[in-house]
Design a protein around this ligand. Structure first.
Ligand SMILES: C[S@@+](CC[C@H](N)C(=O)[O-])C[C@H]1O[C@@H](n2cnc3c(N)ncnc32)[C@H](O)[C@@H]1O
Length: 270
C-alpha cells in the first residue's frame, strides 16, 4: 500500500501558507549528516509503518536535497512517500518536473498541508531566517500534524554540510539535541555554535546550559587530543565517552564514529 500522493487540493485555496518566503540557498549533499541520523533514529519506525509520509519542509531553490532524502529513506520502505513543501510557488512549480511515484512537491508552510500525517518532518535551514519568537508557534503547528510516534527534525547547517546541529521534536515536546561535524576539518566542537538552531543560538552565552555543553565538549576534545594521531574519529569517540559520564548522552559508540553527539534536550534547553 502506498501513501496517497498529495496534490494542490490538499490546501484550501482560501488559506495562505503559514510562514514567509526566505532565501532559497541549498546545495547537493548538504543535508547528508542529518539524513544519516534520521535513518539511524527513525529507520525502524519507517520500516514498520505500512505507507509512511516524510516531509521535507522548505526545500529551497532546487529540490535536490528532497530527492536525496527520498533515495536514502526508500531503502527502509519502498512504499514511503517524500513530500517536498515550499512556501515559494515558483520553487514548487520548478520542482514539479522531478515528481515521481514516491516524491511529490506541494505549496505550503508550517501548517504542513499533506493529506496524510507525516512520520518525519525535516525542516533544515528554515527557521534560521525567522525571529526566535516565531519558533514555538512554528513547532506547534508542525507538531499538530505529526503521525503517532512521528518527529520533527529542525536545525541548521553550513553551506556544504560540514557543521550541523538539530533538534528532534515529538508530538509532545523536544526530545534530543545533536551536533555533527566533518571531523578532519574541525578545530574544536564549539565551532558548532555558529550553526545552532534558532531556539538555541541566541541563548549561547555564559551561564546557560548550551554554553556549558559546548565548553565541556571543547575540554573533552582537548583531553582526547593524543588520539588525533590515530584519527579524528577516534578523538571524537573518546570525547563522546568522556561526555557520557557527565551529560545525558544518547549517542551509541557506533554513531560517534560518524562525528555525532546527541544529548537529551533537557541538558541544553533554554
Ligand atoms: C535556506 S533554504 C533551505 C533549503 C534546504 N532545506 C537546505 O537546507 O538546503 C530555506 C527555504 O525555506 C523556505 N521556507 C521558509 N519558510 C517556510 C515555511 N514556513 N514553509 C515552507 N517553506 C519555507 C524558503 O522559501 C527557502 O526556500
Amino acid at each position: 500500500m502506498r501513501a496517497t500522493k498529495p496534490d494542490s487540493s490538499a490546501l484550501p485555496s482560501s488559506r495562505r501558507p503559514i510562514g514567509e518566503i526566505t532565501r532559497g540557498t541549498t546545495a547537493p549533499q548538504r543535508l547528508r549528516r542529518i539524513d544519516r541520523w534520521i535513518e539511524w533514529r527513525f529507520g525502524p519506525l519507517l520500516r514498520r509503518s505500512p505507507a509512511p509520509t516524510v516531509v521535507d519542509l522548505g526545500f529551497g531553490a532546487t529540490p535536490t536535497t528532497t530527492l536525496e532524502l527520498a533515495s536514502r529513506l526508500r531503502r527502509h520502505n519502498p512504499a514511503l512517500l517524500v513530500v517536498g513543501i515550499e512556501i515559494d510557488p515558483d520553487r514548487v512549480r520548478r520542482a514539479e518536473s522531478y515528481a515521481n511515484d514516491q516524491t511529490a512537491f506541494l505549496l505550503g508552510g508550517f501548517e504542513i498541508p499533506t493529506l496524510n500525517s507525516p512520520h518525519i518532518i525535516r525542516a533544515l535551514n528554515v527557521l534560521r531566517q525567522y525571529s526566535v519568537g516565531e519558533v514555538a508557534g512554528a513547532w506547534a503547528s508542525m507538531q499538530s500534524r505529526l503521525a503517532h510516534n512521528g518527529a520533527i527534525v529542525e536545525g541548521t547547517c553550513d553551506e556544504i554540510g560540514r557543521r550541523a546541529a538539530w533538534i528532534e521534536i515529538s508530538q509532545e515536546r523536544p526530545i534530543s539535541f545533536t551536533i555533527a561535524a566533518h571531523l578532519p576539518s574541525l578545530e574544536r566542537p564549539s565551532e558548532l555554535a555558529a550553526r545552532l538552531p534558532k531556539a538555541l543560538i541566541h541563548d549561547n552565552v555564559d551561564g546557560t546550559k548550551i554554553h556549558a555543553f559546548l565548553q565541556e565538549c571543547d575540554r573533552a576534545w582537548e583531553r582526547s587530543s593524543p588520539l588525533s594521531v590515530y584519527s579524528p574519529r577516534q578523538r571524537w569517540g573518546a570525547m563522546v565517552e568522556q561526555m557520557r559520564g557527565q551529560w545525558p548522552v544518547i549517542t551509541p559508540a557506533s554513531r560517534a564514529r560518524h562525528g555525532e553527539l546527541s544529548v537529551d534536550w533537557s541538558a541544553v534547553a533554554p
